[in-house]
Design a protein around this ligand. Structure first.
Ligand code: AMP
Length: 200
């Protein structure tokens, strides 16, 4: 099983690059943000709780997110050849929980792809996306808070994964296909486990 984390600030292109990864490597995709937005749209209890955090640009409590991930690993993703984690983990306790969850099942995080994009570009991209994403959190005030939360709570994961020895930095500005090629080559070289179904 190949387990990849797409890591980066809001607006760094995690969703776009995840879509290409699942297409070309045939992996299972889990975006915790999408799971939560789906709960909000369906008006579930979890959705109601999640909305109070998401609308302010804050993170949902770790235990709720870890339960979601554990459920997906043991159900929807169980028979897949690998998983792309998009937007998870976002805190050190989440990263530690993922490590334990995977180890218990005889797996590990194979590579953490860190999409590195300058801050001004992130804000521009998120404002542009906000024009048609319909996402309540793609407006300037909430974007600022999401970036602050990223710096304080999520960015420290970079050092965590550098220490683990599986962090792969990727320049996240420029052409989407060029960025994807850097990611794909990095994964092929770092893991030796998998190849793309077709190269563009
Ligand atoms: P995203 O779609 O990844 O940008 O996530 C949108 C929002 O969902 C975030 O700003 C958080 O409020 C929440 N969220 C998504 N993933 C996580 C996570 N791993 N931990 C805590 N909150 C999360």
């Amino acid at each position: 099983m190949l387990n990849l984390i797409l890591f980066g600030a809001p607006g760094s292109g995690k969703g776009t690059q995840s879509a290409k990864l699942i297409d070309q490597f045939g992996l299972f995709h889990i975006s915790t943000g999408e799971v939560l937005r789906d709960h909000i749209a369906r008006g579930t209890e979890l959705g109601k709780i999640a909305n109070t955090y998401i609308s302010k640009g804050n993170l949902i409590p770790d235990d709720l997110i870890i339960d979601i991930i554990e459920h997906v690993i043991d159900n929807e993703a169980k028979d897949s050849k690998g998983v792309v984690f998009d937007g998870f983990p976002r805190t050190i306790p989440q990263a530690e929980a993922l490590k334990t969850l995977l180890e218990k099942r005889g797996h590990k995080v194979d590579a953490v792809i860190g999409l590195e994009v300058p801050e001004e570009e992130l804000i521009e991209r998120l404002l542009l996306r906000g024009k048609d994403s319909g996402r309540a959190d793609d407006n300037l005030d909430v974007i600022r808070q999401r970036l602050e939360v990223y710096h304080n709570q999520t960015h420290p994961l970079k050092d965590f994964y550098i220490t683990e020895g599986n962090y792969l930095p990727v320049e996240g500005s420029g052409n989407v296909d060029d960025i994807f090629n850097s990611i794909a080559e990095g994964i092929e070289k770092a893991t030796g486990k998998i190849r793309r179904s077709h190269k563009k």
